[in-house]
Design a protein around this ligand. Structure first.
Ligand SMILES: Cc1cc2nc3c(=O)[nH]c(=O)nc-3n(C[C@H](O)[C@H](O)[C@H](O)COP(=O)(O)OP(=O)(O)OC[C@H]3O[C@@H](n4cnc5c(N)ncnc54)[C@H](O)[C@@H]3O)c2cc1C
Length: 508
């Protein structure tokens, strides 16, 4: 029987990061992936002469060379900084509510403040106060909160995270309402709610604050070659360090001896022995289907009772025979909403009704090499819960997908009226596509709902099965930066376990 220190199930962002950090940290690691390429959501696919980015719209957490932020250090430790090239976006986003708002925000913290203060002079002081709060609460959440949490020290928490104490448990809507009167300004500032998948009334304020501050101060980025380039770089680094990978090879079972991991059974029927398993698959699948117990452990069942399924997405990937300028694109990232009522947009995500909002990302706006010369690659996205697609009879799927696409294009065409005239290649992904490729329940792309109650602050790492670790968007926040970070921190926990087991053996 083959023997490894650790087996990582799934080569999504968190799985790849965990595997690379484990192997580079001295643990003999096997990575199993049921798909034929690395990346999970972080992949690309080719149609005709276009290579489409599946998921990444804006990478956060990188910072510039002069002013680096946390992801630069993590990527450097993973050995991938010289394998990938990053492309900086110069705008945060353009947000359009036809007839009411059409604003493009710069990707600069001071520039953002100046522009909003000039556009909303009556809110000038409130803006200064709000932006200071976004900055301080983000720094507290990233720097001080983990320390206070680890020390389990209330006094330290109160002293080091005063803004978190006051605003950390409040919704983004409450804090926006407390600071501003102007509804247009609130809509503009809340636009990133689409990256979390819940309306501002349900998003923890620190999450929205972190997105506004981190994207504006540390810039939004694309990866040259798309997120697939980063997934391939992580895999390369993993293999250079001696890691082994198997594609088209899912894990069938996580094998235990009592409440301790002893190995993994692959779909090919091979048993592999290991001391630790990191699962990048959804926690529902990990505990209900992969674990060789009759029932998930009680702590897990209790945890699941309070969870609610997060959103999936409907995406149209388009290759256009025109330049971004010819299409009228002035910013890579665009939010187009027919209403300022985010609750109504969110309610629509639970139905097959025509979407009232959508995003358009133009990948070759800041990086012309992303598309063939004279052409463009765009993706049109509206978030949608996967459940509504489960009920569609198979024979009606193609027609339903086609009709829904037309409705999403209608939303986008209000701002980009020439879009239909330029379509050269098109591919559509529904929540069922996400289910098929990601193996996630209801095709969820960010894991469970990310409400304040679901915050990882209230969730301890479940350690019912010794040696079994979860890494990915199902135990932490969804999105690129959070899942890369989750993989890295999980690897640290596994390395600690392996080290202490080794020391115990040596001392025995
Ligand atoms: C269309 C779309 C747009 C998005 N836009 C953004 C964005 O702009 N910004 C952002 O931050 N985030 C975005 N996201 C979300 C982000 O991509 C995800 O939250 C994140 O990539 C999830 O990473 P993960 O590591 O948790 O797992 P996943 O990417 O879900 O990967 C899990 C992997 O595990 C594999 N697997 C599952 N079961 C098994 C098994 N039994 N055996 C072996 N392998 C298995 C799967 O095949 C998959 O490769 C988007 C996602 C999508 C789909």
């Amino acid at each position: 029987m083959k023997q490894y220190d650790a087996v990582v199930i799934g080569a999504g962002n968190a799985g790849l990061t965990a595997a690379t950090a484990l192997q580079r940290g001295g643990s003999k690691t096997l990575l199993l992936e049921r798909h034929n390429i690395p990346g999970g959501c972080a992949t690309s696919f080719v149609r005709g002469e276009y290579e489409f980015e599946v998921a990444l719209h804006q990478l956060s957490g990188l910072g510039t060379e002069d002013r680096p932020f946390i992801m630069r250090k993590i990527f450097a430790n993973l050995g991938v900084m010289d394998k990938v090239e990053f492309v900086q976006e110069h705008q945060l986003y353009r947000i359009v509510v036809p007839g009411e708002i059409d604003t493009t925000l710069p990707a600069s913290w001071s520039g953002l403040r100046r522009q909003l203060q000039s556009d909303f002079p009556s809110e000038s002081e409130n803006l200064a106060r709000f932006m200071k709060l976004c900055e301080t609460i983000t720094l507290e959440s990233f720097m001080m909160l983990p320390k206070a949490r680890k020390a389990n020290d209330e006094k330290m928490l109160k002293a080091s995270c005063p803004n978190y104490i006051k605003y950390g448990m409040r919704s983004a809507k409450e804090v926006l309402d407390e600071h501003f009167d102007d509804e247009n300004l609130k809509t503009i500032l809340a636009a990133y709610w689409c990256y979390i998948g819940l309306p501002p009334s349900e998003i923890p304020f620190p999450d929205l604050a972190a997105m506004i501050y981190a994207y504006a101060a540390f810039k939004p980025w694309h990866i040259k070659g798309g997120s697939q380039a980063m997934s391939s770089a992580l895999l390369e680094s993993f293999m250079e360090a001696g890691g082994e990978v198997r594609f088209n090879c899912g894990a069938e079972k996580i094998l235990t001896s009592g409440d301790k991991v002893r190995g993994v059974l692959t779909e090919d029927g091979e048993e592999i022995a290991c001391a630790a398993v990191v699962s990048n698959a959804s926690s529902i699948m990990t505990y209900n289907e992969l674990l060789d117990h009759d029932h998930a452990p009680i702590a897990v069942r209790e945890d699941f009772k309070s969870r609610r399924m997060g959103t999936s997405a409907f995406v149209i990937y388009m290759g256009l025979d025109c330049t971004p300028e010819e299409l009228g694109v002035t910013s890579a990232s665009n939010f187009i909403c027919n209403t300022q009522d985010e609750e109504a947009v969110h309610a629509g995500m639970l139905t097959m009704n025509a979407p009232v909002s959508g995003m358009l990302t133009c990948y070759n706006f800041d990086d012309p090499s992303f598309a063939p010369e004279g052409k463009s690659i765009v993706s049109l996205v509206c978030l949608q819960y996967g459940d509504v697609w489960n009920d569609i009879p198979e024979e009606q799927y193609a027609q339903t997908k086609y009709e829904f696409s037309e409705k999403l294009i209608d939303v986008i065409a209000q701002t980009f009226p020439k879009i239909r005239d330029h379509i050269e290649e098109v591919e559509v992904a529904t929540p069922l596509t996400m289910m098929r490729y990601l193996n996630t329940p209801d095709g969820a792309i960010y894991g469970f709902k990310q409400t304040p109650q679901d915050s990882e602050l209230f969730r301890e790492r479940i350690e019912s099965i010794s040696g079994l670790y979860m890494a990915g968007c199902w135990n932490n926040m969804g999105g690129f930066q959070p899942t890369y970070m989750a993989g890295e921190s999980t690897a640290r926990a596994v390395l600690k376990q392996l080290k202490s087991e080794k020391e115990e053996l040596e001392n025995a």
